[in-house]
Design a binder for this molecule. Structure first.
Ligand code: CMC
Length: 366
C-alpha cells in the first residue's frame, strides 16, 4: 500500500470522475466544460443530489429553496456572529456551521449548502466593522453572495463566481470528500460529515492554497525576478502553491476554465477590469516561469498548474480578500460533500481500515 493511499480505490461513486492522464473531469455524466459557465450552481446542486433525497424538487424550486435556506441560516446564526468574528474567517465559518442541526433531511442539506455563502460575507463585513447584510432569498446564489459582501456586484462578476462554484462542486475522492465519507459512514448527521470535509479542506495541500498564491504573486512582484524567487523556494524545500496534483499528470482542466473566466473579466470595461487584466498578464508570466522551474527542479514528476492558481485571481477579482478564498471553495464543494455523504450511506459500509503496528511491544514476561 502506498503511503498516501494513491493506489487504493475506497469507494464506487456516480458523482464525479477525475481522469488524471487525460485531464478530464466528469460530473455525473457531464464534462466540466459542459457545466461551467452554462449551468447555475443551484442546477448543479440538483444534479448532485438527484436520487439521494426523497422528493427533490425541480431546478427552479430547488433554487428557491436554497434562497430560503440562506435566510434561515442568517436568522439562526446572526445572534452568534459577533462571537465568531474574532476567529480567523475559516474557523469562524466552521464554528458557525457546527451550530446547525445535524440531520439528514433535504432541509438540513440545503442549510449546509447555504451556510458558507451566508457566513463568509457576514463575517467579512463584521471584521471590517460593518453590519452584515441579510440575504435576498429570490436572488441567484452567487449573485447573492456578492450582494451580501456589499462590494461591486455586476452580472459579470456574479456569473464569474457562479462558474467558480460549479467548477469546484465535486472532484472524486479528494481528501475532504474522503473525510466526509468516513464520518457519514458512521451514520453521524450531515453537519458532522461536512465539518470533517471542512477540516480537511483547510490545509494548503488541498483547499488552503489560493490565499498563498496571492502572497506568492505579491512576493514575486516585489522581488522583480520570478525565476530566482521560485528556485529559491524549491531549494528551501517549499512547495509552489497552485502547482501539482495527486491525480492530474497533465494540466488540471479546472485551471483552464477559471483562467478563461478571469480573462473575460479582465477584458470588460467594468470597474476593476484593468487591474484584473494586468494581474492576469503578470500571473501568466509567473505561471510559465514556475512550470519551467519545476520541470528542471523535479524532472521525475509532471507538475502542472492546478485549480488554485486561477482560483486566486478569480476570487480576488470578485472582491474576496485572500483570507476568505478557502471559505468560497467550501461554498462550492459543500454540494459534492453532501452528495458523497448520502451516497456513502446509501451504498457503503462503515469505513474502518486497519493500521500496522510498528511501535514497541510490551514486555510479556513482566
Ligand atoms: N512545488 C514543488 N514541488 C512539488 C510541488 C509543488 N507545487 N508539488 C509536488 N512537488 C514535488 C514534491 O516536493 C515531491 O518532490 P520529491 O519527490 O523531490 O520530494 C514530488 O513532487 C511528489 O510530491 P507529493 O506530495 O508526493 O506529490 P503529490 O502529487 O501527491 O502532491 C500536492 C500533490 C497538491 C500535495 C502537491 O502538488 C502540492 O503540495 N502542491 C502545492 C499546494 C497546492 O497547490 N495545493 C492545491 C492542490 S489542488 C486543489 C485540490 O484539488 O485539492
Amino acid at each position: 500500500m502506498a503511503n498516501g493511499l494513491d493506489d487504493v480505490v475506497a469507494a464506487d461513486t456516480v458523482l464525479s470522475d477525475v481522469d488524471g492522464a487525460g485531464g478530464h473531469l466528469t460530473i455525473r455524466g457531464h464534462s466540466l466544460t459542459e457545466l461551467a459557465g452554462h449551468w447555475r450552481y443551484g442546477q448543479v446542486v440538483r444534479l448532485l443530489f438527484d436520487g439521494f433525497f426523497d422528493e427533490l424538487p425541480g431546478d427552479a424550486e430547488l433554487e428557491k429553496a436554497i434562497g430560503s435556506a440562506r435566510t434561515d441560516v442568517f436568522e439562526r446564526l446572526q445572534p452568534m456572529l459577533g462571537q465568531l468574528a474574532p476567529l480567523d474567517i475559516y474557523s469562524a465559518m466552521r464554528a458557525g456551521i457546527a451550530l446547525l442541526p445535524d440531520g439528514e433531511a433535504l432541509a438540513d442539506a440545503l442549510r449546509l449548502v447555504a451556510a458558507p455563502a451566508v457566513l463568509t460575507p457576514a463575517l467579512l463585513r463584521l471584521t471590517r466593522g460593518e453590519k452584515p447584510l441579510p440575504p435576498d432569498a429570490r436572488a441567484d446564489h452567487a449573485a447573492d453572495m456578492l450582494k451580501m459582501l456589499g462590494g461591486p456586484s455586476t452580472p459579470a462578476l456574479a456569473k464569474a463566481l457562479d462558474t467558480y462554484l460549479v467548477t469546484v462542486c465535486d472532484h472524486g475522492l479528494n481528501a475532504s470528500t474522503f473525510a466526509t465519507r468516513v464520518v457519514a459512514s458512521t451514520q453521524a448527521g450531515l453537519t458532522s460529515a461536512i465539518l470533517a470535509g471542512l477540516g480537511a479542506l483547510k490545509g494548503p495541500l488541498h483547499g488552503g492554497a489560493p490565499g498563498p498564491v496571492i502572497e506568492m504573486l505579491d512576493a514575486i512582484k516585489a522581488s522583480g525576478d520570478a525565476a530566482a524567487w521560485l528556485r529559491g523556494e524549491i531549494a528551501r524545500g517549499e512547495r509552489i502553491m497552485g502547482f501539482g496534483h495527486r491525480i492530474y499528470r497533465v494540466r488540471d482542466p479546472r485551471a483552464d476554465v477559471l483562467k478563461a473566466v478571469v480573462r473575460r473579466l479582465g477584458s470588460r470595461k467594468d470597474t476593476g477590469s484593468r487591474e484584473t487584466g494586468s494581474r492576469l498578464a503578470f500571473a501568466e508570466t509567473v505561471e510559465q516561469t514556475a512550470l519551467d522551474v519545476l520541470r528542471v527542479a523535479k524532472p521525475q514528476r509532471s507538475i502542472q498548474t492546478n485549480v488554485e492558481f486561477y482560483t486566486a485571481l478569480l476570487l480576488e477579482a470578485a472582491g474576496f480578500p485572500k483570507e476568505a478564498f478557502s471559505n468560497v471553495f467550501a461554498a462550492g464543494r459543500v454540494a459534492g460533500w453532501i452528495a458523497h455523504a448520502r451516497e456513502q450511506q446509501a451504498t457503503g459500509r462503515l469505513i474502518r481500515p486497519q493500521s500496522r503496528y510498528v511501535g514497541p511491544v510490551p514486555d510479556l514476561v513482566a
